[in-house]
Design a protein around this ligand. Structure first.
Ligand SMILES: *Cc1c(COP(=O)(O)O)cnc(C)c1O
Length: 366
């Protein structure tokens, strides 16, 4: 029995649609890596991985513990760990996860571990910083990396990759093309001196949309799978995957001059029906959405959040809506609504999706 009233529904059909949408943009040989970090962008990483495992070539997670969860759920697909630490390397190998090695400290540590084990041709990934200045080797490191790697049979460079800083921004096109060109130059050095050709990848979702010429061997699609194309036209081709729902717990009728919620932030100017909904900032509903900055849908009608968002509840003004206690409440079920929420929270849809806390029950609908 489902006794949770606040649920995040994940639409498996939409997810498959979105993957297919990106695949049809790619050359037939381009591999697809599905990014499922942060619980699959706030959804449910193991369920997402099970749905996608036969249709993608790779998964990526940020941290090793996220990869271990996938392995323990029986996922056999290769999993790239984007941001491992030295202290994670042993468990990475134990679960046959594939580390991104992004500086000499972690490369040396992995070479040492691979020698002691010993490992044979263990797949690793090398990341280059081409302008994001976040994680990755510099292009000047290439000769040393190649020398170190060639001296070992314990590891095999499965891929070389980089990450774009502003792939969604047409004003940064010159910068982005510069990143791609620098990356291509790094790759050429590897091809010339390594003795074999690792896979190459640089594009994220908006990279696939804006720079398809740079798809190389694989692309890394994250937010696109979850319905956002980083521009209006692309997003309209994608389907919403995350629907946050709850119910009305109670309705209060209050008189003009009476108030709702903490700090008495909402003051009724007319006889007002206020509905209380069991979802709050501890569930990922930002306090920035209080005081009519956010709205929800009840029986198809938009109704504003009134007063301050509480930890476990919000109140909405249902004076003009025909509804009763127990009725369904849609916190969001469309990308446009999620974008509106993100705008009013001064953030981007990525943060709205990943903010939905683990207290909210996940339900995958197929
Ligand atoms: C998160 C991430 C991605 C996915 O980016 P989207 O914009 O969500 O497609 C790709 N590559 C790296 C290195 C990332 O950290």
């Amino acid at each position: 029995m489902n006794n949770h009233v606040t649920v995040l529904e994940i639409d498996a059909v939409s997810l498959q649609h979105n993957l297919a949408y990106f695949k049809q943009k790619l050359n037939p040989n381009t591999k697809v890596l599905a990014v499922v970090k942060a619980f699959g962008y706030g959804s449910e990483s193991t369920e997402i991985a099970k749905l996608l495992q036969d249709k993608v070539d790779y998964f990526a997670v940020a941290y090793s513990n996220e990869g271990i969860i996938l392995r323990e759920a029986g996922i056999k697909t290769p999993i790239l760990v984007l941001h491992p630490q030295i202290q994670n390397l042993e468990e990475i190998v134990k679960h046959r996860l594939e580390p991104n090695l992004y500086n000499f400290k972690i490369l040396d540590a992995f070479l040492k571990l691979s020698d002691e084990a010993p490992l044979m041709n263990y797949p690793i990934h090398i990341k280059f910083n081409t302008g994001l200045n976040r994680l990755g080797f510099w292009h000047t490191d290439v000769p040393t990396i190649i020398t170190q790697i060639k001296s070992s049979n314990n590891i095999k460079v499965q891929s070389i990759f980089s990450h774009l800083a502003a792939s969604e921004d047409p004003n940064e096109q010159n910068f982005t093309i510069g990143q791609i060109n620098n990356f291509a130059y790094i790759v050429k050095q590897f091809y010339d001196h390594l003795g074999y050709e690792p896979m190459i990848h640089i594009l994220n979702t908006s990279g696939v949309i804006n720079y398809p010429q740079a798809q190389f061997d694989m692309v890394r699609v994250g937010i696109g799978l979850y319905g956002f194309g980083n521009n209006e036209q692309e997003t309209s081709q994608l389907r919403n995957t995350h629907t946050l729902k709850s119910i009305i717990s109670q309705i209060h009728l209050i008189q003009p001059g009476e108030t709702v919620g903490y700090n008495r932030a909402f003051v009724a100017s007319r006889p007002t029906q206020s509905a209380t909904i069991p979802v709050g900032h501890a569930d990922g509903i930002s306090r920035k959405l209080g005081n009519k900055k956010g709205y929800v849908f009840i029986n198809g009608q938009p109704v504003p959040i009134i007063g301050n968002v509480c930890m476990d509840m919000i109140m909405v003004d249902v004076t003009d809506v025909d509804c009763k206690e127990g009725d369904e409440v849609i916190l969001f079920n469309h990308q446009k609504h999620i974008e509106y929420i993100a705008h009013n929270c001064e953030t981007i849809p990525y943060e709205i999706l990943t903010a939905i806390s683990q207290r909210v029950k996940r339900l995958v609908k197929s």
